[in-house]
Ligand binder design. Structure first.
Ligand code: PGA
Length: 270
């Protein structure tokens, strides 16, 4: 059993990496598979340099502690959870708090993924409470924002995602904002029913996000059908400083390939 004491993000030089490359496993993988992935990833990062790249993985809650143990103390790979409650403890049956997630090894909290907004009633207000709770516990909030196909068709994408971001980040000090990651994940580009976004489609949303949050946050990530074929060009978009990956990184070789592409990208050494 390894200690979690050294795995707190504030104890490490967060922000030193230029590119954030991470994956959420969503509701996939049992203990054995999670352990194997984490162990093999730990072997990979101890044998291979990925300069300028900050890797992170987000397993299910059930596999969090096991994954932490396989990564080991002082791993360069950050560990996250896919959701967390803003209260530290209490009568919230079925929920897991930021404090509990931190206790089990989490350093990062994914907040406001479109699947949670659509199926589990996540709102501007709950995303705001969760961002604040993550920051209060020294964890990195990874705020996901993204518009539907209808909103995009109506030409309203930028207004919509800027409102989602502003709602969740309302009231933060400049210092707190610098500890926040934002992932732009258009709903129409996510998952097996999504269609990959073109670089051209992403330029304007990232220009708008970059103007608002580019220099003031920890990073601006893109997510939605990222894969080994498009990762490089997506990283080339102005203001994109990372990728948040689902399916293409659920098997380790896919994730490792994207880590390598990121490490070789000019932005990793910028
Ligand atoms: P995908 O998922 O890469 O499988 O499209 C992305 C996400 O939901 O974050």
């Amino acid at each position: 059993m390894t200690s979690v004491r050294t795995r707190e993000p504030e104890a490490r030089a967060l922000g030193a990496a230029q590119l954030w490359i991470g994956t959420s496993w969503k509701m996939n993988k049992g203990l054995a598979e999670s352990r194997r992935y984490a162990r093999e990833l730990a072997d990979y990062v101890s044998a291979n340099a990925i300069p300028g790249v900050q890797p992170f993985i987000i397993p299910s809650f059930t596999a969090l502690a096991a994954t932490r143990d396989e990564l080991g103390d002082d791993s360069p790979v950050l560990l996250g959870v896919q959701n967390a409650h803003w209260e530290d403890h209490g009568a919230w049956t079925g929920e897991v708090s930021v404090a509990q997630a931190k206790d089990a090894g989490a350093q990062l909290v994914e907040i406001g993924h479109s699947e949670r907004r659509e199926h589990f009633g996540e709102t501007l207000e709950t995303t705001r409470l969760k961002v604040a709770a993550a920051l209060a516990h020294g964890l990195v909030p990874l705020l996901c924002i993204g518009e539907s196909a209808e909103t995009k068709r109506a030409g309203d994408s930028s207004r919509f995602i800027l409102e989602q971001a502003a709602g969740a980040l309302d009231g933060l000090t400049d210092e707190q904002l610098r500890r926040v990651l934002i992932a732009y994940e258009p709903i129409w580009a996510i998952g097996e029913h999504g269609r990959p976004a073109t670089v051209e489609e992403l330029r304007k949303p990232f220009a708008d996000l970059g103007r608002e949050y580019g220099g003031s946050t920890l990073g601006l990530l893109y997510g939605g059908s990222v894969n080994t074929d498009n990762a490089e060009e997506l990283l080339g978009i102005d203001h994109v400083t990372g990728l948040f990956i689902g399916r293409a990184a659920w098997q380790l070789p896919g994730y490792v390939r994207i880590l390598e592409l990121a490490a070789a990208h000019p932005k990793a050494s910028a």
